[in-house]
Design a protein around this ligand. Structure first.
Ligand code: NOJ
Length: 545
């Protein structure tokens, strides 16, 4: 395999840096902590780490409010420490993907400080400023993703500025070519330091309607529903002008791709399927000039039923432009954890689904040990989303609790006081304990990832839907004569597998019992919530990537 398609065959692992590993006892995870834990990532078998923002930030949105795009927040470390991380990760075969946040800065970013200082400031147009509406209110009806108007009045110059998120996160004006160039320079800064790509935050929202027209009402809005859904985000999301900008970003990043390795762009895009696949950026010649991986969040969004997922996989495969690489995500720092959404038993099946489907998987830290959401008492809430709209279940602290490494004090996460409380089960549920247990969630992840890496059918084979009854999601992965069949029982009762769906070959891996993988005689019956991979393993193939 050539190094340039590592992101097609490889596995991405998301680290939320505050919560991964603290190295200096301040209770906040940091870069040296990540470096100290590379061994875990190597033994897990992942290929790239996406690290959520590590740049200087007032932390109004925990790093997604950035006051300097080209430095490291002292809480996370130093640039030297970052370089050391990149070097050591690369030496151990792990690529580093940073979070690029183009839509907004912190209100403390020097660009915004200048921009707000005077209407005549040269940086005024770097942000979105407008006069008040005739009644003195906001210029239009846009709502912030975190609740309340997407506009804040600034008495210094008597105008409103736009912010799709917190008022501490003013939106940049991507219609301004100087902004675009300055942000591309940010990409180059990190690419020169050797990073392998970027996850691009809220990519679909970076361009706003030039006339800032009101959004139309959402006909499906029900009174009492979250006000965010009151309007359709017609004029501030997914405008046609975003696509050429994505292509520009891609050119910036591609200029750093070399024979050693290609650099990758991953877009954060919560969009319906036809709009999502547009971000591959297929041009008139059929060349894909958009992001290589527009994040596919369907496994987070959908109801957890075999029929739903089967239908989506079919539609997704059909919607992908020629040559486009699919991808799948089970969890991230904004959404409830998979083990809490579907329960611990089903989470094992979900891991098997994520790691056997055709497409690049992204794994959220802690999901490999089945971490669950942690209820955070009101007086410990950190997330601004929860603070803005308490009690609606929107807060993201529950899925951001510290990684559970061992039964040592504070789960081995810190020698100090963790910034967010640990899950109650950390003494028994941690990496160390699970490493000793061949039946653990961690052991299952290691087996699945090792299988995926070693088997061309799994890491680059095609996808063939099979029929094994309503409750069983069944598909084959085929590559150059190798065929592996995946059978996943979403039901709560045993599922006999029709012989037609099962080659007369052994079980290679089961989501339940590692001993099950030794082979089977007679008809195959899946236990409730059990998944298996069956077929003949190719023991000659190189491990990907
Ligand atoms: C999406 C990020 O994933 C989320 O954590 C953040 O709050 C918003 N974008 C704003 O940057």
């Amino acid at each position: 395999m050539s190094a340039d398609d590592w992101w097609k065959c490889g596995i991405v692992y998301q680290v939320y840096p505050r919560s991964f590993q603290d190295s200096n006892g301040d209770g906040i995870g940091d870069l040296d902590g990540i470096r100290a834990r590379l061994g875990h990532l190597v033994s897990l078998g992942i290929d790239a780490v996406w690290i959520s923002p590590i740049y200087p930030s007032p932390m109004a949105d925990f790093g997604y409010d950035i006051s300097d795009f080209c430095a490291i927040d002292p809480r996370f470390g130093t640039l030297d420490g970052f370089d050391a991380l990149v070097q050591e990760a690369h030496a151990r075969g792990i690529r580093i993907i940073l979070d690029f946040v183009p839509n907004h800065t912190s209100d403390r970013h020097p660009w915004f400080v200048q921009s707000r200082s005077a209407r005549s400031d040269p940086r005024r147009d770097w942000y979105i400023w407008r006069d008040p509406a005739p009644d003195g209110g906001p210029p239009n009806n846009w709502i912030s993703n975190f609740g309340g108007p997407a506009w804040t009045f600034d008495p210094v110059t008597g105008q409103y500025y736009g912010h799709s998120f917190l008022k501490e996160q003013p939106d940049l004006n991507w219609r301004n070519p100087e902004v675009r160039e300055a942000m591309y320079e940010v990409l180059r800064f990190w690419l020169r330091r050797g990073v392998d790509g970027f996850r691009v935050d809220v990519l679909s929202q970076i361009v706003k309607d030039a006339q800032l027209r009101d959004n139309p009402p959402n006909p499906d809005f029900v009174e009492g529903q979250d006000e965010f859904h009151r309007w359709l985000m017609l004029h501030n999301t997914d405008l046609p002008e975003v696509q050429p900008i994505v292509a520009e970003m891609r050119r910036v990043v591609d200029a750093f791709s070399d024979t050693r390795s290609s650099r990758v762009l991953i877009g954060e895009l919560y969009l319906p399927l036809p709009r999502l696949v547009a971000y591959y950026g297929r041009n008139a010649e059929g060349v894909l000039e958009g992001v290589q991986l527009p994040f596919n969040f369907e496994l987070i969004a959908t109801e957890w039923q075999a029929a739903r997922i089967r239908r989506f996989v079919r539609d997704y495969e059909a919607a992908l432009p020629a040559g486009a690489q699919p991808n799948w995500v089970l969890g991230n720092h904004d959404k409830p954890r998979i083990a809490s959404r579907v329960g611990p038993r089903m989470a094992r099946l979900a891991a098997m689904l994520l790691l056997t489907l055709r497409g690049t998987p992204t794994l959220y830290y802690g999901d490999e040990i089945g971490m669950t959401d942690v209820a955070i008492p009101a007086d410990e809430v950190q997330d601004p989303f929860e603070k803005n709209r308490p009690g609606l279940g929107l807060g993201r602290d529950p899925e951001r609790t510290p990684m559970q490494w061992s039964a040592d004090a504070q789960a081995g996460f810190t020698t100090g006081t963790p910034w967010l409380r640990l899950a109650a089960d950390w003494r028994t549920n941690n990496v160390e304990a699970q490493s000793r247990d061949t039946g653990s969630m961690l052991a299952l992840h290691r087996r699945l990832i090792a299988l995926r890496r070693a088997q061309p059918a799994l890491n680059r084979g095609d996808h063939e839907a099979l029929d094994a009854g309503d409750e069983v999601l069944a598909f084959a992965r085929n590559h150059e004569g190798q065929r592996l069949v995946v059978l996943l029982n979403f039901g709560e009762t045993p599922a006999p597998i029709p012989p037609a769906s099962m080659p007369h070959r052994p079980v290679v891996l089961a989501s339940t019992d590692p001993a099950r993988a030794e082979g089977i005689e007679g008809p195959l019956v899946l236990a409730p919530c059990e998944g298996v991979v069956i077929g003949t393993v190719d023991d000659k193939g190189p491990a990907a990537p």
